[in-house]
Design a binder for this molecule. Structure first.
Ligand code: ATP
Length: 136
């Protein structure tokens, strides 16, 4: 059994990660999913959250939102709407997005699309969290 698998994380804009991993965590619709080499094949939805993977004793972190993961024994591919490495995250922008979403959620305005505002809040919180993991 191999002790690593190939990993690709792709968005409509670019190939964000092409690497080798020994283990990873994916934010699924029903919580986090842990993947090790030799995992049984599956296709699953990716929600909003943090992807982490280990390579040579180093843990890499990314903020992702919405997509699909294809898991094969020696290969994992993530197709996500957005995916950012810590160094690509604009913290000020994420803070503004978080404030906007929080204002909307507490406005009590009947026109507010709460599901949308909640999703925006989760994306912003994930980006802020991942940005602090830069260099760890
Ligand atoms: P905003 O309200 O600031 O646009 P958003 O959550 O609505 O945030 P998305 O629709 O998820 O933004 O993403 C649109 C594009 O902008 C994607 O390419 C995403 O990677 C990028 N992006 C969004 N927020 C940030 C950020 N804080 N830093 C870097 N890139 C970001």
């Amino acid at each position: 059994m191999p002790d690593t698998f190939q990993l690709e994380i792709v968005t409509p804009e670019k190939l964000v990660v092409k690497d080798v991993a020994g283990e990873m965590q994916i934010p699924g619709k029903n919580g986090y999913l842990g993947i090790l080499p030799g995992h049984a094949p599956l296709i699953t939805e990716v929600a909003v959250g943090e992807i982490s993977y280990r390579n040579n004793g180093y843990t890499h972190h990314l903020a992702v939102a919405w997509g699909f993961a294809e898991v094969l024994p020696d290969n994992v591919t993530i197709l996500a709407e957005t995916a950012e490495r810590p160094e690509d995250i604009d913290v000020q922008r994420a803070e503004k997005a978080k404030e906007r979403a929080e204002q909307l959620l507490k406005s009590g305005n009947t026109e507010t699309d709460y599901a949308r505002a909640n999703s925006a809040l989760q994306r912003a919180q994930t980006r802020l969290q991942v940005a602090t993991e830069k260099g760890k």
